[in-house]
Write a protein that binds this ligand. Structure first.
Ligand code: ADP
Ligand code: MG
Length: 350
């Protein structure tokens, strides 16, 4: 997927010549997204400068503790909420610039959503087929086309047998799969799901996840799923972890063929480097080496070394990055510093 390539390339420091504008090829592009809620005079920073790039056709899981900002992010991407700062661009549309009618059109046709509560996804008194045709009716799609597409989608989601059942007659898993069909009715480019399997047992949850995976593979829709389900997070190519309103780490998985010929997903965890060069070190790494306050960095040909900073150095040490230069480097350190500190070059200035 292109965004993954971009991410890996960015980490390698290779210039990206294929992309003239940041986010121009992304399906979802968030740049320093901030959302502050004010409750009773107190500010809650739900999103604190979140950067995110998701390429067209990606299937991505978003994980994170309760209160980390996942739903806030999805609300903004769904154009149900507006950011306090930063930019969110979906399918080339800058969400902050949409006027009321455009926001409505965006929610109707560009994004589909799936919420945890069935009651938010489906009209209980309608049948599966009626639920799926409704968004198409609102978008002005003709009757014959509506019915044909509803039948196709219910088939694709493996709930064709629920066609004429009203919601209470279906199981929880069937309801959520019908809800995926509803979300896909108007051929959205992006499907957003906020803990869609939170109320389901493991097996049923797997079926609902499989339905979203099918939508991604068969229809090419870009899927972003917020989930606590480890099984889901482990079966997508990319899992993004959000912490305190920012992306903290990402796990990318690629298929490899094992010695016995079977395909397996090999996972690699990455820290996210933002556009200002900020990086969050994993908590367990930092504590393992007792790192705090500052670290020493060294640039090597193919990596950057990070060492615990000296705790008991003389006052003033580490005043500038120049101090971190390796010992004995030609032209670097002490000599030049001494020369700079003196009144001039020997023999000069008389
Ligand atoms: P998550 O979905 O990861 O559990 P949320 O995005 O719902 O997290 O919430 C992130 C933070 O923002 C939390 O501290 C939450 O209390 C706060 N928050 C979310 N929505 C609102 C709101 N409408 N008003 C005030 N605070 C909110
Ligand atoms: Mg939430």
């Amino acid at each position: 997927m292109s965004a993954i390539d971009d991410l890996i390339r960015a980490r390698r420091g290779e210039p990206d010549r294929s992309r003239p504008e940041p986010g121009a090829q992304a399906m979802i592009f968030c740049d320093r997204l901030v959302r502050i809620f004010t409750v009773g005079g107190l500010e809650v920073q739900a999103l604190q400068g979140l950067d995110l790039v998701v390429g067209p056709g990606e299937l991505t899981a978003l994980v994170g503790a309760s209160g980390s900002g996942k739903s806030t992010l999805l609300g903004i991407l769904a154009a149900l909420d507006v950011p306090t700062g930063g930019q969110a661009i979906v399918d080339g549309l800058d969400l902050a610039s949409l006027r009321t009618a455009q926001r409505l059109a965006y929610r109707r046709a560009t994004v589909g959503f799936l919420w945890q509560q069935t009651s938010r996804n489906l009209f209980t008194h309608l049948t599966a087929a009626q639920n799926v045709t409704l968004p198409m009716r609102l978008a002005g799609v003709g009757r014959a086309e509506r019915q044909q597409r509803a039948a196709e989608l219910l088939e694709l989601m493996d709930v064709a047998d629920c066609r004429d059942q009203v919601v209470p007659e279906m199981s929880g898993g069937q309801q959520q799969r019908v809800a995926v069909a509803v979300a896909l009715a108007n051929r959205p480019r992006v499907l957003l799901a906020d803990e869609p399997t939170g109320e389901l047992d493991t097996e049923t949850a797997a079926q609902v996840f499989e339905a979203m995976r099918t939508a991604n593979a068969e229809l090419g829709v870009t899927v972003l799923i917020v989930t606590h389900d480890r099984a889901v997070a482990q079966h997508v190519r990319r899992t993004i972890a959000i912490r305190d309103g920012r992306i903290s780490t990402e796990v990318l998985r690629r298929a490899e063929t094992a010695a016995d010929g079977r395909e397996e997903l090999v996972a690699q965890e990455y820290s996210v480097l933002d556009r200002a060069g900020r990086l969050q070190l994993p908590h367990e790494y930092v504590t393992a080496l007792g790192m705090r306050d500052r670290v020493r960095l060294e640039l090597e040909p193919d990596h950057i070394g990070v060492w615990p900073g000296q705790e008991d150095g003389p006052p003033g040490a580490g005043d500038g990055p120049g101090q971190a230069a390796g010992p004995g480097e030609p032209g670097g350190g002490p000599d030049q510093a001494a020369a700079g500190a003196g009144d001039g070059e020997p023999g000069a200035g008389r």
